[in-house]
Design a binder for this molecule. Structure first.
Ligand SMILES: *[C@@H]1O[C@H](CO)[C@@H](O)[C@H](O)[C@H]1NC(C)=O
Ligand SMILES: *[C@@H]1O[C@H](CO)[C@@H](O)[C@H](O)[C@H]1NC(C)=O
Ligand SMILES: *[C@@H]1O[C@H](CO)[C@@H](O)[C@H](O)[C@H]1NC(C)=O
Ligand SMILES: *[C@@H]1O[C@H](CO)[C@@H](O)[C@H](O)[C@H]1NC(C)=O
Ligand SMILES: *[C@@H]1O[C@H](CO)[C@@H](O)[C@H](O)[C@H]1NC(C)=O
Length: 410
């Protein structure tokens, strides 16, 4: 929830990565780096690093606890190989089999992404493997090149024959702009948008085979407060703070964090104890995004499903949220004519135990899963191996693609 605690705030243009989002990703990849590092260190330094090792393992454990289960690209020690091994195998195999290189050219700093090989053990149906590189010295041997569009280099590298370039971004278009020289360089996209060639989603909601069940009357009884909100970016593109100010005229909203009067605990990755406490005491939570853009929904909302929080989330859009968040599990500000109308409905739902519990029961039919890199890289690898692949399809203007009327400015 960028709302609560975040790092890297640039007050001028608002470019930032939310603390939690950044943390989660960082931890996901740190996990990989950690395991790698630990193996190597042990190998090289033996007992010298044992203490360090335990320390790291403890840290890792802590992260795992606070983040819940997740599946990094490299999942276990056995599948971790050193960069050198990867390079060797790539050099060797590239002459005999179709081992295709995919380079992440300007990997963002939060992504502690290591070079790795993906093959049929990680990507079902993949006929031949791909090597994922993060070092630009592999540029020439890479057929696929991924560029983080949020901070493209000022100099466009020379595109090699047959290369296919992918535009990557998971931030809303308000948070960055693309230099004109990059306008017509990309063939594919990898963004949070569901019409991207490869979608990097923040979360996906799935139906459970067996719904969760809880003591709903008890849950309701303990909730003696109305709306909570934890936020630290006090000036957003979505103008959520202005909306909330209006809403507060009609209903009580407790604001936690930097922009509010209330404080709750220490910052932490994942869902904080605060959020669990909110879920006990509050009926609603403002899971409102910094930007209102088609398909743009972050962990602010998905955390409710990852962690099964028994509370109704209120989102501030987008309009098409109903295409990927099940009806009856959340409330969308954009479905109301005014903050006053919303407040009335919150009053209606929050004061009727039967109705309120219907929302929680509906929500408990679902669970959420996080993005794993395989989801995007396996199909990318596969497409790069297609014989019919031509890199001639170019998106004429990547900025138009990014905007394309997908965002609203309140
Ligand atoms: C594989 O090809 C590279 C150049 O692409 C070459 O330097 C290397 O010697 C070749 N390896 C083998 C085993 O043929
Ligand atoms: C609400 O309930 C919590 C315990 O669940 C309690 O600590 C708190 O004092 C209550 N607040 C009000 C306003 O009754
Ligand atoms: C969505 O849920 C609301 C409230 O739970 C209900 O009134 C409405 O009819 C539902 N809409 C659809 C399309 O199912
Ligand atoms: C509470 O909600 C239930 C279910 O939607 C509805 O049948 C009932 O009439 C509501 N009660 C009141 C007092 O509005
Ligand atoms: C914008 O989106 C529409 C459909 O939503 C699509 O038909 C059109 O090609 C898109 N334009 C660009 C520049 O991507």
């Amino acid at each position: 929830m960028d709302g609560f605690y975040k790092v890297g705030v640039n007050k001028d243009n608002g470019y930032r990565l939310s603390f939690e989002r950044g943390m989660m990703r960082r931890i996901q990849w740190h996990y990989v780096v950690l395991v790698l590092g630990v193996c190597l260190s042990i190998h090289l330094l033996g007992n010298l690093v044992v203490n360090n090792f335990h320390q790291r393992l403890n840290n890792m454990d802590m992260h795992k606890r606070s983040l819940g289960p997740k599946t990094p690209l490299i999942q276990n020690k056995n599948s971790v190989v050193s960069n050198q091994e990867i390079l060797n195998s790539a050099n060797y195999k590239s002459n005999s089999t179709k081992n295709i290189g995919i380079l992440f050219y300007n990997k963002p700093s939060w992504m502690s992404f290591e070079s790795t090989v993906i093959d049929s053990t990680r990507c079902p149906n993949l006929k031949q493997k791909c090597t994922i590189y993060t070092n630009n010295k592999n540029y020439e041997r890479s057929k696929g090149v991924i560029f983080c569009g949020e901070k493209l280099p000022s100099k466009v590298p020379e595109k090699k024959k047959g290369q296919v370039w992918t535009f990557f971004s998971i931030e809303s278009p308000f948070l960055f702009s693309v230099r004109p020289e990059w306008k017509d360089k990309f063939s594919w996209t990898m963004t949070y948008r569901r019409d991207s060639d490869f979608t990097y989603f923040y979360g996906k909601i799935q139906k459970r085979e067996i719904p969760l069940s809880r003591n709903y009357p008890e849950v309701f009884k303990r909730k003696n407060k109305t709306v909570s909100w934890a936020v630290s970016n006090c000036n957003s593109f979505s103008k959520r703070e202005e909306y909330v100010k209006k809403l507060q005229k009609y209903i009580s909203v407790d604001e936690y964090g930097k922009c509010g009067k209330l404080k709750c605990g220490q910052r932490s990755a994942g869902v904080t104890d605060c959020h669990k406490k909110f879920a006990e005491e509050y009926k609603f939570y403002l899971a409102v995004e910094n930007s209102i853009c088609k398909d743009y929904t972050t962990e602010k909302l998905f955390n409710f499903f990852f962690y099964d929080l028994p509370m109704i989330p209120i989102i501030n859009g987008p309009k098409n949220a109903r295409e990927y968040i099940p009806n009856g599990t959340y409330i969308n500000m954009l479905d109301y004519a005014s903050p006053e109308e919303l407040a009335k409905d919150l009053e209606r739902i929050g004061s009727n135990e039967t109705l309120y519990s219907e929302y929680l029961k509906e929500k408990d039919k679902y669970t959420g899963s996080r993005f794993r890199w395989e989801v995007a890289l396996c199909p990318m690898c596969s497409r790069l191996q297609e014989n019919s692949l031509t890199s001639s399809k170019i998106i004429p203007d990547i900025s138009s693609w990014i905007w394309n009327d997908t965002c609203i400015r309140p």
